[in-house]
Design a protein around this ligand. Structure first.
Ligand code: IMP
Ligand code: MG
Length: 193
């Protein structure tokens, strides 16, 4: 899986950070194609309502949706995230709600990464109160070692080790989202605290 390419940020401070590619863009695209088929195998004909968790899941959502056949609708929700740190506070707050009701719909929650599971646990509680027909969860990445909440995803792209990753939507302090690959971020000594 791993390749030896590294991204080298230019500024002095960022020069202390480096990203080692963990999953290449080609591997991501291939796996998303498989995931789209897995989801359609489970729900061959019914309309699916894809709900992406902003902002990290946007790239995954658009690639997944374009690989899916049949009727699809999209919506977005946002929750508070890590800010500039690489550790979660464990607190989850809704910062942007869905546009449309999910009542009676088959909802696929689309998440970039399942880490402690606190975000997903919170979202599933919110969604279940709104009486969807069913809810399934698709995550691109799963870090099972970090799990605190008792949640699981129905569709998992890649299971990864306990490392902080960036790229393909995932950020560190809002940077690196635009990398086409997913890579492990190493911080310089000054950034680590
Ligand atoms: P959880 O609530 O701990 O499962 O974390 C979920 C959210 O934290 C994800 O949707 C990401 O936005 C963020 N996150 C967790 N792990 C990482 C990581 O390794 N890199 C970047 N963001 C992460
Ligand atoms: Mg996220």
């Amino acid at each position: 899986m791993a390749k030896s390419a590294r991204y080298k940020p230019k500024s002095q401070r960022k020069a202390q950070e480096s990203v080692r590619i963990l999953i290449s863009s080609a591997e991501i695209q291939r796996r998303i194609g498989e995931m789209a088929k897995e989801i359609r195998r489970d729900f061959p004909v019914e309309p699916l309502h894809l709900v992406a968790v902003l902002k990290g899941s946007v790239f995954f959502l658009t690639d997944l949706a374009r690989q899916m056949t049949g009727e699809i609708s999209l919506d977005f929700i946002a929750v508070s995230s890590y800010g500039n740190r690489t550790e979660t506070s464990g607190e989850v707050k809704l910062t942007r709600d869905l546009d449309a009701s999910i009542e009676g719909k088959t909802v696929i929650v689309v998440e970039d990464i399942l880490d402690t599971g606190m975000t997903l646990q919170y979202l599933l509680r919110v969604f279940e109160q709104r009486k969807p027909r069913r809810i399934r969860v698709a995550v691109l990445l799963d870090k099972p070692e970090r799990r605190i909440a008792r949640v699981r995803a129905d569709y998992v792209g890649f299971t990864i080790p306990n490392e902080f990753v960036v790229g393909y939507g995932l950020d560190y302090a809002e940077r690196y989202r635009n990398l086409r690959d997913v890579g492990v971020l190493t911080l310089g000594a000054r950034d680590k605290k």
